[in-house]
Design a protein around this ligand. Structure first.
Ligand SMILES: Nc1ncnc2c1ncn2[C@@H]1O[C@H](COP(=O)(O)OP(=O)(O)OP(=O)(O)O)[C@@H](O)[C@H]1O
Length: 600
């Protein structure tokens, strides 16, 4: 907890040291103002009662100046706090997304617990340090006020000063417990909120709009969202009620102490033990002491709560890379022999069934391997292991004899081009959508003349150049209608097959890479386009290894090798004619598909 507090202050210090110091100084000044105002009031009242009107001017002026200064400090403090939060936000976001960038695998992102932590970190990383600092500054401010008023109170009655102090202990304890409870409830509600966002998102998502409307799912998802919402509200209500009860009791206790003090002060003044000014200071001190203690308790609670939430940010940013990285990684050589899977077993987690079972397979350099098999056989999983999105649970994948785990993962991926089954459609211009295939991550996307030529060539190979040229702004057209200016609605939505060609063009931009992976690259293409794409792929096979996944067996029959996966096992491997001759899964599936095209 202390380490998290130091980290939060460290973040603010790194983001804006001068603002931080200014904020602290403003807090300390603001803390002395109420005490000074009380004593100036006493001077004014005592001199008024004593008829010393000539000596009234400076305490009255000082009282007015204190009031004015307080207003300036409060306003200035608010500005400093806002600016500090803005600068902290830039720094925390940078750290958060640098940390997620260090997670080079997929397993961590797939864990619900990590997703919850990430969401909490995203939600509280900006406000966390601000709340912690504000609580610290506010706490110091209230402490200064408290000490000043306690001193004043002690000068008038030691017993009363001690009573006010002791009466404050329950408030401190209660506030800390309440804040702990608040943070626990927030964390426990995270999965509920995740589901709530999921349903809310579904109902407004463009991708889901067709099905939601056709199947009439809006009412169902709205009810589910509201039910999650109601569950979260019930928890929050329980918390608010508890808070209401505790704070109410504490308020009554404080009022009783203040009331008793007031009676004592009036009786003492009646007996001539206190002046009118003393009574004024006394009243201000009792109220000020109680208010400061309540403020300190509440600041402590806020800081405690903010710290518990900020811990999520700390955990995410401190998490190491999710794929082990050797201390002295081997450079990734250009592929010259091939990639070998040796007795590879893989499951997504210990609770999941095996997705790959003892796969032994070689993908020789300069050759193409087709992966075929029924749904869920493990084809995409195998491809994900080739890109090292996961490490095999058992066995190894090696690149020219070097285990992928011994290589820097970013170097490995720099040698791979891929189109995944669930490829991305970026809401950017057509040029950017393709140029993203070859970026230097450290720099902004540079689209000079040379890059434009390469983008056009890749688009031509993917058979999408003419279509892109014909768009309202050619290659500069936004492939989205979401990010338009009011007076510019030239963005377009592409069809599924057109998007697939753009994704292919993006992969072709990386065609100098050693391994080309195409997971169902032509599933959305018309028959002409599919034939063209496969002819082009075949022409570019030399000089690299390629892996092609397809359910349309006619399109993989020319592959140098066809591997048949069934239920995570390698059932068979060979050329098209080898496999047809063996009369197993491949031959059965091929004949089934071929029959569909045979004349009736
Ligand atoms: N991220 C994941 N977490 C847990 N299980 C997964 C994950 N991805 C895939 N699986 C499971 O692993 C198995 C293999 O899936 P995979 O996607 O590799 O099959 P596939 O052969 O590519 O299927 P398809 O032809 O339908 O694309 C399936 O049982 C699937 O449910």
């Amino acid at each position: 907890m202390i380490r998290d507090a130091a980290a939060a202050v460290g973040v603010a210090w790194r983001a804006a040291p001068v603002l931080l110091l200014g904020h602290l100084a403003a807090g300390a000044l603001a803390g002395t103002a109420p005490v000074a105002a009380a004593w100036f009031t006493k001077l004014v009242l005592d001199r008024l009662v004593a008829g010393q009107t000539d000596d009234l001017v400076w305490p009255a002026l000082a009282l007015a100046a204190t009031g004015a200064l307080t207003v300036v400090i409060v306003q200035g403090s608010q500005y400093l706090s806002g600016e500090l939060e803005r600068r902290v936000a830039v720094l925390t976001r940078d750290r958060l997304y640098t940390a997620t960038g260090r997670m080079t695998g997929l397993a961590m992102l797939e864990q619900p617990a990590f997703q919850d932590r990430l969401r909490m970190a995203q939600a509280h990383s900006d406000s966390g340090p601000r709340l912690i600092l504000e609580s610290a500054v506010g706490g110091v401010q209230s402490l200064i006020t408290l000490l000043g008023f306690l001193g004043s109170l002690a000068a008038l009655s030691l017993v009363l000063a001690a009573t006010v102090l002791v009466a404050a202990v329950p408030a401190l304890v209660a506030e800390i417990q309440l804040s702990r409870r608040r943070a626990t409830v927030l964390t426990a509600l995270s999965p509920t909120e995740r589901r709530q966002f999921f349903y809310a998102d579904l109902m407004t998502s463009l991708d889901a709009a067709k099905e939601i409307r056709l199947l009439g799912l809006n009412a169902l998802f709205r009810k589910r969202m509201l039910s999650e919402f109601a569950h979260a509200n019930a928890e929050r209500r329980r918390l608010d009620r508890r808070e209401f009860g505790v704070q109410g009791l504490l308020g009554v206790l404080g009022a009783l102490v203040a009331g008793a003090g007031l009676v004592w002060a009036i009786l003492a003044a009646g007996r001539g033990l206190l002046t009118v000014g003393d009574v004024a200071v006394f009243l201000a001190a009792v109220a000020g002491t109680q208010a400061s203690i309540t403020a300190i308790a509440s600041r402590l609670g806020t800081a405690h709560n903010a710290l518990l939430l900020f811990a999520h940010f700390q955990e995410v940013t401190k998490a190491g890379p999710d794929l082990p990285c050797p201390p002295d990684p081997a450079p990734v050589p250009e592929l010259s022999n091939g990639i070998e899977l040796r007795d590879v077993w893989f499951r997504y987690s210990e609770d999941h069934p095996w997705a790959l079972r003892g796969i032994n397979l070689t993908i020789p350099f300069g050759q193409s391997l087709a992966l075929v098999g029924p749904n869920g056989a493990g084809k995409s999983t195998l491809v994900k292991l080739l890109c090292r999105f996961y490490d095999p649970t058992r066995g190894s994948v090696s690149w020219d004899g070097v285990d992928l785990r011994d290589m820097p993962v970013e170097h490995l991926r720099a040698r791979i081009g891929a189109v995944f089954q669930d490829f991305m459609s970026y809401e950017l211009t057509a040029t950017e959508n393709i140029a993203l295939g070859d970026v230097d991550g450290a720099h902004e996307l540079q689209i000079g003349t040379a890059m434009k030529h390469r983008v056009h060539a890749a688009a031509q190979r993917a058979g999408v150049h003419d279509m892109l040229t014909g768009l309202p702004r050619g290659y500069d057209t936004m492939l989205s209608r979401l990010f338009q200016d009011e007076d510019d609605d030239t963005g377009v939505l592409l069809s599924g097959g057109q998007w697939q060609r753009v994704a292919l063009a993006r992969a072709f931009l990386r065609d100098q890479r050693d391994l080309l992976i195409l997971d169902e690259p032509a599933s959305g293409l018309d028959a002409d386009a599919e034939a063209q794409i496969h002819a082009r792929l075949a022409a570019h096979r030399a000089g690299r290894a390629s892996v092609l996944i397809s359910h349309r067996l006619g399109s993989v029959r020319d592959a140098d090798q066809i591997a048949v996966l069934v239920n995570g096992r390698l059932e068979d491997i060979g050329t098209h004619s080898d496999l047809l001759g063996r009369d197993a899964t491949y031959a059965r599936l091929f004949r089934l598909q071929a029959n569909g095209y045979a004349p009736a």
